[in-house]
Design a protein around this ligand. Structure first.
Ligand code: AMP
Ligand code: MN
Ligand code: MN
Ligand code: MN
Length: 287
């Protein structure tokens, strides 16, 4: 079996439609898949009535929140996408994104980037505006030569466009996930660039408010990082999750291409598939 519990579609900042993503995942041999768009479950509306032989879908989401001045991402896996409380909170998240987009635009305008709200909004094509839309606009308008450069200079952690204050607290989003019947999984713990001590404080807070899982591999991290995250996962009594964080073909890691070893961590997916829990996970580079 091949597990991939972290992927994006056009419902947020991915380039494949939900149906295209699921077909590609099947082609790549993925057998247990979660689509985890940023702050939306819209992909599941499109996937609801589709017959998907050979692939099991676990409804998921990636929620934006803040903790101690850091923008944190929490995956909600196994949620009920129709949960009334969650639906209400996701409407608020959409509003927050739009408020944030206005703040980001104001800050970028001050730095001399013209018409960026209109530009990002056009590129978002009706979806909630994200930082990648600003990055694409800045490339298109010639302010930077790549998305990476846009993040490095203007949008990444600590830069002018990194507006976090609008997001809810970590404990709130964990509560939404638990109330919607899912498990909250701390996404890509190494991306926050925290000291070991701060990451441990984050994990303390995460466990205390009801978090249940840790993403021990986002893509194919170096062995030393894998060992470190597996150790934290066990120490904090969390369940282990893995995902490609796929956004688009070619210049992103392929679907289902994560690490194959969880050590003796408990896989989060035994919640949804006994067969999957019993089988050996074989995530291999297929591209
Ligand atoms: P947002 O959800 O609006 O805060 O935007 C965050 C998203 O930006 C992440 O989920 C990534 O998909 C994307 N991103 C972050 N860093 C980069 C980068 N250096 N180049 C391209 N995209 C990035
Ligand atoms: Mn993204
Ligand atoms: Mn993320
Ligand atoms: Mn992601």
């Amino acid at each position: 079996m091949v597990v991939d519990l972290h992927t994006h579609t056009t419902a947020s900042d991915g380039s494949l439609s939900p149906l295209e993503l699921v077909s590609r995942a099947r082609e790549k041999g993925v057998t247990l898949l979660s689509v985890t768009d940023h702050d939306t479950v819209d992909a599941y509306h499109e996937l609801r009535d589709v017959d998907l032989p050979g692939i099991q879908l676990v409804p998921g989401i990636e929620l934006s929140c803040q903790w101690s001045g850091v923008n944190i991402h929490v995956l909600g896996l196994g949620i009920d996408p129709d949960d009334a409380g969650l639906t209400e909170q996701l409407q608020r998240q959409r509003q927050r994104r739009s408020e944030r987009a206005e703040l980001i635009a104001q800050r970028l305008e001050k730095l001399g980037i013209k018409d960026c709200y209109a530009g990002a909004s056009r590129l978002a094509e009706g979806r909630a505006i994200g930082r990648p839309d600003f990055a694409r606009y800045m490339v298109e308008a010639g302010y930077v030569y790549s998305m990476n450069a846009a993040f490095d200079k203007y949008l990444g952690a600590g830069k002018a466009g990194d507006v976090k204050a609008v997001w809810p607290e970590l404990a709130e989003v964990v509560e939404w996930i638990n109330s919607a019947g899912g498990i909250a999984v701390l996404a890509h713990p190494m991306q926050y660039k925290m000291t070991n001590a701060k990451l441990r404080r984050l994990l303390d807070a995460f466990c205390e408010c009801g978090g249940g899982g840790l993403e021990v591999a986002n893509g194919r991290p170096p062995l030393v990082e894998q060992r470190y995250l597996r150790q934290l996962c066990k120490e904090y009594g969390l369940e282990a999750s893995i995902g490609s964080d796929f956004h688009q073909p070619n210049n992103w890691l392929e679907l289902g291409t994560m690490i194959s070893s969880l050590g003796d961590c408990t896989p989060v997916w035994r919640r949804w598939s006994q067969a999957a829990a019993d089988a050996t996970v074989k995530n291999e580079v297929i591209v």
